[in-house]
Design a protein around this ligand. Structure first.
Ligand SMILES: CC(C)(COP(=O)(O)OP(=O)(O)OC[C@H]1O[C@@H](n2cnc3c(N)ncnc32)[C@H](O)[C@@H]1OP(=O)(O)O)[C@@H](O)C(=O)NCCC(=O)NCCS
Length: 333
């Protein structure tokens, strides 16, 4: 493609979501592990989460999130999609990729790959989609964050099983009118912190010798300290890269892991409560889907208008983090 015909601005043009119908409250969890509603609410802000059925997997949730896109915007929303990226930590299989399953399910003429970057995976996927479209390699990318962490958490470990929920989001990234779209991305990683949050795949241990147990392991206190620090710095870096100030941001949409982490970042950044989106109370931490699900709720409740600048910031295993600023474009398909 000639440089003159490359898109000037690339952004999000459509968003869909799906969460399983089964609601599991803290009271339900108190029947299977030694916990209680008061502890979970006071330490995390989470009251309930959605849990997938035995026959629902990451591909199932991804299909439903794309169905939701089509219901809202019509079938034209998928026309011309030439790449599918699925961010997930719990794919149906290592291969085929879940992205390939999505491509064939919807009959798309598109390339497909999965992306693994823990909870920040969907923001990594958005940044990749942005780069593919901006460079002219692709024109329209379907990005998905889909997660069934309930299938890999240790349901006997009260310190982790209360935190997570299942869900999916799907969004289109393509050219948008000048002035709209992505203004910045920040991607970061500190693999030395890998030992604080991990899940087994092939190797018995990490390179530092940490033995990897079968189920998801987390050192909550270490992750908490990292999360608060990184939410603040990644927010400031995303603003600097976009040449913007915090006051320019209409809505701050952080990773929905723990309300205390969100509120600590909010207090440090001196953001008013009404500028911070949180629905962790009802979904828990849905990992790669959490920002998309929160963004959808903000759209549904008219907290996002055409032209609003949104700040997205997230953290997770790796340790990894990602942030970015996007100006919302309300497209009619
Ligand atoms: C996990 C987390 C909620 C724990 O909160 P905390 O205030 O750090 O709690 P602690 O780990 O210090 O545990 C305090 C006590 O509560 C207990 N406890 C832990 N989970 C409990 C539960 N679900 N119910 C009741 N008690 C619990 C602990 O065993 C500990 O008891 P002890 O003092 O007798 O040993 C918090 O560390 C956290 O949110 N970390 C970040 C996790 C995260 O975001 N992960 C996702 C990354 S994408």
């Amino acid at each position: 493609m000639k440089p003159s015909s490359l898109p000037h601005a690339v952004g999000l043009t459509a968003l869909g979501t799906y969460v399983p119908s089964k609601v599991v409250t803290n009271h339900d969890l108190a029947k299977i592990v030694d916990t209680n509603d008061e502890w979970v609410v006071s330490r995390t802000g989470i009251k309930e989460r959605r849990i997938s059925e035995d026959n629902e997997f990451v591909s199932t949730l991804a299909f439903r999130a794309v169905d939701n896109l089509v219901q809202k915007y019509g079938s034209a929303v998928l026309e011309g999609v030439d790449l599918v990226i699925v961010a997930t930590n719990t794919p149906d299989a290592l291969f085929p990729s879940t992205a390939a399953l999505v491509q064939s399910h919807f009959g798309l003429k598109a390339g497909a790959f999965d992306l693994l970057a823990a909870c920040p995976g969907w923001i990594y996927a958005l940044s990749a989609a942005h780069a593919y479209v901006k460079s002219g390699v692709c024109k329209k990318v379907l990005t998905i964050g889909s997660e069934v962490l309930s299938k890999v958490v240790d349901w006997t470990d009260r310190t982790t099983c209360v935190l997570f929920g299942d869900g999916a989001c799907a969004a289109i990234v393509e050219e948008v009118p000048d002035g709209y779209g992505f203004k910045s991305f920040v991607l970061g990683s500190d693999g030395l912190g890998g030992k604080h949050l991990y899940m087994k795949c092939v190797a018995p241990s990490l390179p530092d010798g940490t033995m990897i147990q079968d189920k998801l392991y987390m050192n909550g206190r270490e992750v908490f300290k990292f999360a608060v620090r990184i939410m603040e710095s990644a927010t400031i870096q995303a603003l600097e890269k976009a040449d913007m100030k915090l006051e320019d941001i209409a809505l701050f949409i952080p990773h929905q892991a723990n309300y205390r982490i969100i509120d600590a970042a909010r207090a440090y950044l001196k953001l008013p409560l009404e500028k911070v989106m949180s629905n962790v109370e009802r979904y828990g931490n849905t990992s790669t889907a959490s920002i998309g699900i929160a963004m959808q709720e903000a759209l549904d409740t008219n907290r996002i208008k055409d032209g609003d600048d949104l700040l997205l910031v997230t953290f997770g295993a790796g340790l990894t983090w990602a942030s970015g600023v996007v100006r919302w474009y309300h497209k009619s398909f």
